[in-house]
Structure formats: structure tokens, C-alpha cells
Write a protein that binds this ligand. Structure first.
Ligand SMILES: *Cc1c(COP(=O)(O)O)cnc(C)c1O
Length: 267
């Protein structure tokens, strides 16, 4: 995704951010009314990856209090630079290596990309040392693409059964990235799969494991995700403006350039 193929203008002022946030909230409300849902059941998580501190401060002034970041080091650097914004909360939404668990345990309030017991163990150990707890989402690969992180759907139930052993991890639900396609008929099944998996796991989840949340939907597809039950949408470019960094930086080998017109059609 890049500025050439997407209409999202860069927000340069508090006013710009207010306008973009209002537009996204309006689209969330419209999608909710189509689906017969209450907009207060959908949380907007603004995603600030690649956005520099000065512009994040403008977003804060416009009301953003939760921010999602894909890369741990970038998130940590920003969190340290903006400790003066005491009520700003950081959500790590990208794949984590065990050697970075220590960092996440220190500053993050939420981790949305849990997909291995090794990472769960590393986080739990570090969180205990810090005397902290963390909200977590289990990431599921619903698109079947090799480039996407996350557990295969068939492994999620067994994985979730092991999570009560980690007392510092507050499991909230599931997270996914859909297939990026111009065709809603190919995107929607990813969201349906996650919702059906959540509904099934809700019946059998061990005590203390939350299975209410569904984090799904990004700038290009969040309305579809809401129609299919999203309770958290992770939206970057529609709030901050188009990113110059290609998505292949976050999803290696992803072939989005050829298929990334979905956002233009739904924008
Ligand atoms: C970047 C990112 C998003 C947001 O994507 P946009 O196209 O900027 O809305 C959502 N989820 C994850 C995991 C991301 O890395």
C-alpha cells in the first residue's frame, strides 16, 4: 500500500486528526447499523507505526489514548519519548520474538499477536518480574497465506487450553489479518472463520480465559470485519495517512501490491 494507490491524506494538524477520526467513527457507526450492532461494542485502535512523535502528539491532542505498533523496538522508543503523556496506552500488534518479551512486559498494556507457548512463557516470566499483567489476543492465520503469522485455526483450541498456566496473561480473544483482496467475497470468509472459531472456543474455554474479543479489520476492510463481529478494529492509514513503508516490511513476501484495491473500493 502506498500514497499512489490510496486516497488517505496525511494528517498534519490536530484538526486533520479530528476530521479523520470522526470519519472513521462514522464509518464504524454505519457498519454497526447495517449489522444491527451497538457502536460502543467496537473499539477503535489507531495504529501509529512509521508515524513520527510530533504527529502522534497531534493525534493524542485530538483524543487518541490507545496506539497500536507492529514492531516492538519502535513501540518502545515511542513509549519512552512520550512518557509525559501518562494516559497513553501501547498495544503491540505484531509478531514477537522471545528475546523481546522483556521489553513488551515493561511498557505494553496489550499484546495482540500471541501465537506460541514459548512467547507466552517468556512474557509470563518477565511480567511476573515486573509485577505486571498484560491483555493478550491469540493470533490466528485465517487466510492460509504462508506470509501471515498466527496459529492455524485447527491448533487454536489446544493452544488456548495451555494458557491458564500463565497467570499474568489476561486472554481476551482472537486476532487476525484477513486476505488482502479487492473482492469482499474473498476477504469476508477470513472474518467469518475467526468469529466461528471464537464462538466455538467460548463454549469450551478454560476458566479465566476470555473469548469475547475479536480483533479484525484494518483501514481497507474494517467495515466488513464489523459486519462479521469485530470488537476491535486496528486502523492506521485512514487516521494518520497513507504509509510509504510497504506492507511487505510487516508481512514478508506478501503480494499485496497486486491485490490492494479493496481499500479504495470501500473507502
Ligand atoms: C499496520 C497494521 C494495521 C493497520 O493497517 P492500516 O492499513 O494502516 O489500517 C493493522 N494490524 C496490523 C497487525 C498492522 O501491522
Amino acid at each position: 500500500m502506498n500514497a499512489q494507490t490510496h486516497p488517505w491524506p496525511t494528517a498534519h494538524s490536530v484538526e486533520d486528526f479530528r476530521r479523520n477520526l470522526a470519519a472513521v467513527h462514522r464509518r464504524i457507526a454505519d457498519a454497526c447499523s447495517r449489522a444491527g450492532r451497538d457502536p460502543s461494542d467496537v473499539r477503535l485502535l489507531p495504529v501509529s507505526k512509521t508515524v513520527p512523535e510530533e504527529r502522534i502528539r497531534l493525534a493524542y491532542a485530538a483524543g487518541c489514548r490507545d496506539l497500536g505498533e507492529n514492531k516492538v523496538q519502535e513501540a518502545q522508543r515511542k513509549a519512552e519519548a512520550m512518557v509525559d503523556l501518562a494516559d497513553l496506552r501501547w498495544s503491540v500488534i505484531g509478531h514477537l520474538q522471545t528475546n523481546k518479551a522483556k521489553v513488551v512486559a515493561r511498557f505494553a498494556t496489550e499484546f495482540q499477536a500471541l501465537d506460541s507457548l514459548r512467547v507466552a512463557e517468556a512474557l509470563d516470566r518477565r511480567l511476573q518480574a515486573e509485577g505486571r499483567a498484560l491483555d493478550v489476543f491469540v493470533q490466528v492465520n485465517t487466510s492460509g497465506e504462508a506470509s501471515k503469522f498466527g496459529l492455524p485455526p485447527s491448533e487454536v483450541a489446544g493452544f488456548v487450553r495451555a494458557l491458564p498456566g500463565f497467570s499474568t496473561l489476561r486472554v481476551r480473544g482472537l486476532m487476525t489479518l484477513a486476505l488482502l483482496s479487492a473482492d469482499p467475497a474473498r476477504v469476508r470468509p477470513c472474518f467469518v472463520l475467526l468469529r466461528e472459531l471464537r464462538d466455538r472456543l467460548r463454549q469450551e474455554a478454560p476458566a479465566g480465559i476470555g473469548m469475547d474479543e475479536l480483533s479484525m479489520g484494518m483501514s481497507g476492510d474494517f467495515e466488513l470485519a464489523i459486519e462479521e463481529g469485530a470488537t476491535v478494529v486496528r486502523v492506521g492509514q485512514a487516521i494518520f495517512g497513507a504509509r510509504a513503508t510497504p506492507d511487505s516490511h510487516y508481512w514478508p513476501d506478501d503480494d499485496r501490491a497486486a491485490t490492494s484495491t479493496a481499500s479504495e473500493q470501500t473507502a
